[in-house]
Design a protein around this ligand. Structure first.
Ligand code: SAM
Length: 225
C-alpha cells in the first residue's frame, strides 16, 4: 500500500464494513486500501481543506465514478453519512478528535490516531460507552504514535490512572516501542531537570513516576533491558 509504516499499521487496524469514513483523509490512502482489499463496499472521505480533499478525490477518481466513494469538504463529521460503521480519524490532535466526536456523532467503531493528548481521547471514549479494544504506542518514521481502536459496546474493562495516561495495552503487555518511548521520555525529562531554573521538583517527581512505571512494566516483563 502507499505511505509508510504508520499508514500500514493504521490500515492493519481497519475492519470489514459496509460504509467506511475517513475524516481528515488528506491523501486518501486508507480509503484506497479499504476499497482495494474489498474491506468496504463504500467509502466517505472528507477533509476540512479543499486542497487536501482534492488529492484523495484524484487518487480515488475511478471509485468516485463507480459511485463507491462520496466526498465532502467539511469540518469533522459535519457532512459524513451517519450510517458509517467504521470511522478513521488520524493525524490530528486528541483535543481536535474529541471535539469532532462531540460535535458529530458516535459511530459503532472508531480507529483513532491522535498526535497528542491521547489520554483525553481515552477519557472521552470511556465516558461515552466505548470499549477500547486496541490501545497502544508504536514507532514509525522516527516518531512515536498512539493507536486507539474502540467499539461502542458495553463491557469496557476498568482503566487505571496509568492506563488512561499511557494506554491500556502498553501497561498490560508493553511492547518494545512503548518501552523505548518511556526510555526517551525519562531521558528528556532528566535533561530538562538538569537545565531547569524553576519547576525542577515537578520534573523530578515526573522522572520518578516514569522510572517506577518502567520498572513495573518493561523491566518486569522482559528482564533487564
Ligand atoms: C496530518 S493530516 C493526516 C492525514 C491522514 N488522516 C493520515 O493520518 O495520514 C491531517 C488532515 O486532517 C485535516 N483536518 C484537520 N482538522 C480537521 C477537521 N477538524 N475536520 C476535518 N479535517 C481536518 C487536515 O486538513 C489534514 O488533511
Amino acid at each position: 500500500m502507499k505511505g509508510g509504516k504508520r499508514l500500514r499499521i493504521l490500515c492493519g487496524e481497519l475492519e470489514r464494513c459496509a460504509l467506511f469514513a475517513d475524516v481528515g483523509c488528506d491523501h486518501g490512502y486508507c480509503s484506497e486500501y479499504m476499497l482495494k482489499h474489498g474491506l468496504c463496499r463504500e467509502a466517505f472521505i472528507s477533509d476540512i481543506s479543499a486542497k487536501s480533499l482534492k488529492k484523495a478525490e484524484t487518487l480515488l477518481a475511478a471509485y468516485i465514478e463507480a459511485g463507491r466513494v462520496r466526498s465532502a469538504a467539511a469540518a469533522g463529521l459535519d457532512k459524513t453519512d451517519p450510517s458509517a460503521e467504521l470511522v478513521l480519524i488520524a493525524g490530528m490532535g486528541g483535543e481536535e478528535i474529541v471535539h469532532i466526536l462531540k460535535e458529530g456523532f458516535l459511530p459503532p467503531k472508531l480507529v483513532l490516531q491522535p498526535m497528542k493528548n491521547a489520554e483525553k481521547v481515552r477519557a472521552f471514549l470511556l465516558a461515552n460507552g466505548y470499549r477500547l479494544v486496541r490501545d497502544y504506542t508504536f514507532f514509525a518514521e522516527g516518531k512515536f504514535y498512539d493507536l486507539i481502536k474502540a467499539y461502542k459496546e458495553a463491557g469496557a474493562p476498568a482503566y487505571t490512572r496509568e492506563m488512561l495516561e499511557f494506554g491500556r495495552d502498553n501497561i498490560l503487555s508493553p511492547s518494545e516501542d512503548f518501552c523505548k518511548k518511556l526510555e526517551r521520555d525519562i531521558a528528556c525529562a532528566e535533561t530538562w531537570a538538569e537545565n531547569a531554573k524553576e519547576g525542577r521538583e515537578a520534573l523530578e517527581a515526573r522522572i520518578a513516576r516514569l522510572k517506577e512505571l518502567y520498572d513495573e512494566t518493561c523491566r518486569r516483563l522482559s528482564g533487564d533491558r
